[in-house]
Design a binder for this molecule. Structure first.
Ligand code: AMP
Length: 364
């Protein structure tokens, strides 16, 4: 089968690598020459709204998927008129706008932090009254890795916050004093079958994921079941095919929905070495109508993002259980250029290996 992937970043690259093993030909579409995915798979260079480029992707594909959620919905619809697009454009619509996402959570009974829509400075002032402070002002669209966000502690800074998000339609969300951040990854096949991976604990700094621990330490079966229930509800409501990630805040034994990623996700990179089926293979199995694989952990693992700079590969590979993934991207501050996964037979051994690895990672 031939799979078209809109987006040629590291997610497209790792999808293409997994596809190669299965004998699937993955072609990516990306506006940049020399994208991460283009180094390992056929690629088309073109903008995401470039009709001829989209048409040639459709022509070379039996099914089209995407590796990032900001694919224009019109582009997904244009493709869907020619070739199956999985997950469908409705998943993009739900995930591209934080207000739609919150509405979906609400409709499905998934709790969230209190929030209010913000369209101008006056409505921000109202929102502050309703939601309370501290709160986070986030643009409704096109925010990622903490971009387009402002933490508001004092109502006198409302105007600064409004400017910081570019005076664009936003939402104000109460700042959650979470115990930790977790995510649930799950896949839904063409026949509606669902498998979920164990919960992952995620540690962010400056809005960017730095470290994931899988399975999330001390996640009770009840917590896992609750997260799986949320994932299943979202997958079914969106008639979704493929892998989805839902980012959650854990507060005590409660979970609040934060964000939906309608794609493979950074917090699922550990699955390449750490799970019975990687999220990349799982996504391809789903979109190609193949049977889904088991989604169990082989043991404890950790994933460390390489941001802005690469460590010395020899140092990393000298750590037992460490596997290095480089994305073929030029290092730039704040840019994800690779990751390291560490697996270990026990959680204690994982902690020891991680303690050896972390000092090797340049903090750029
Ligand atoms: P997001 O782009 O919504 O995933 O936000 C990026 C990161 O900012 C999250 O992973 C959290 O670490 C932090 N964050 C976002 N929203 C909130 C919130 N309402 N309360 C506390 N922290 C937040």
């Amino acid at each position: 089968m031939r799979v078209g992937i809109v987006g040629g970043g590291q997610l497209g690259r790792m999808l293409a690598l997994a596809g190669h093993q299965l004998g699937l030909v993955c072609t990516t579409l990306d506006p940049a020459e020399g994208s991460a995915a283009s180094q390992v798979a056929p690629s088309i260079v073109g903008a995401y709204d470039d009709r001829p480029a989209l048409a040639s992707l459709a022509e070379t594909s039996d099914v089209v998927t995407y590796e990032f959620e900001n694919v224009p919905v019109e582009a997904a619809r244009f493709l869907a008129a020619q070739v199956p697009v999985r997950p469908g454009p409705q998943a993009l619509e739900a995930a591209q706008d934080r207000l739609n996402e919150k509405a979906l959570f609400g409709e499905l009974g998934i709790p969230t932090a209190p929030f209010a829509p913000v369209d101008d400075l006056a409505s921000l002032e109202d929102a502050i009254e309703r939601v309370g402070l501290p709160a986070v002002l986030k643009t409704r669209r096109l925010g990622y890795d903490g971009k387009g966000q402002f933490v508001l502690l004092d109502p006198v800074r409302a105007e600064d916050a409004w400017r910081a998000v570019g005076e664009r339609p936003s939402i104000l969300e109460a700042k959650v004093a979470f115990s930790r951040e977790v995510s649930v990854l799950a896949a839904r096949g063409l026949e509606g079958d669902v498998v979920a991976y164990p919960l992952v604990e995620n540690r962010h700094r400056e809005g960017i994921l730095r470290l994931s621990l899988a399975p999330a330490p001390e996640a009770t079966p009840a917590l896992q079941a609750r997260a799986e229930g949320f994932a299943r509800a979202v997958l079914e409501r969106l008639d979704y095919v493929g892998v989805i990630a839902i980012e959650l805040f854990q507060v005590g034994e409660e979970l609040l929905g934060n964000e939906i990623a309608p794609r493979v996700h950074n917090s699922g990179h550990w699955t390449i070495e750490g799970a019975t089926t990687s999220q990349f293979e799982q996504h391809l199995r789903a979109v190609c109508g193949l049977p889904l694989g088991e989604a169990t952990a082989r043991g404890p693992s950790a994933m460390v993002n390489l941001i802005g700079a690469l460590p010395d590969p020899a140092d990393v590979l000298a750590v037992p259980g460490a596997r290095l993934h480089r994305y073929g991207k030029a290092p730039r501050p704040g840019r994800k250029v690779g990751h390291v996964t560490i697996t270990a037979p026990t959680r204690e051994a994982l902690e020891e290996r991680l303690a050896r690895l972390l000092p090797l990672i340049p903090e750029a």
